[in-house]
Design a protein around this ligand. Structure first.
Ligand code: FES
Length: 104
């Protein structure tokens, strides 16, 4: 874990209203662009193993591709069953054409 900003992707890698999966510091993260702002969560569903970046992203919520649990990309909160545990979120900033995250 680190408290420094780490480059996760180029800003141009993330289209509006899109989600992508990236590996940063050995961790799987999902990056989302929603209403002009970038958000980051851990990419693995808290219910079982699935990559959230393979799911359906709409209106600030990501739906798991396996059992359809939904999570808020802003808070990580699990919004419906079968997931009940929040997914971890990370601080994000865009700077000089890059998306930077803090893993701590
Ligand atoms: S693996 Fe995501 S809801 Fe089951």
């Amino acid at each position: 874990m680190t408290d420094t900003w780490i480059r996760a992707a180029a800003s141009s890698d993330l289209e509006p209203d899109a989600v992508i999966g990236v590996q940063v510091g050995g961790q799987d993260l999902a990056l989302y662009r929603h209403e002009g702002t970038v958000y980051a969560t851990h990419n693995v569903c808290t219910h079982a193993y699935a990559l959230l970046s393979d799911g359906y992203f709409e209106d600030g919520e990501i739906e798991c591709p396996i059992h359809a649990a939904r999570f808020s990309i802003k808070t990580g909160r699990a919004l419906c069953a079968p997931a009940s545990i929040a997914v971890k979120t990370y601080a994000v900033q865009e700077k000089d054409g890059d998306i930077l995250v803090k893993l701590a």
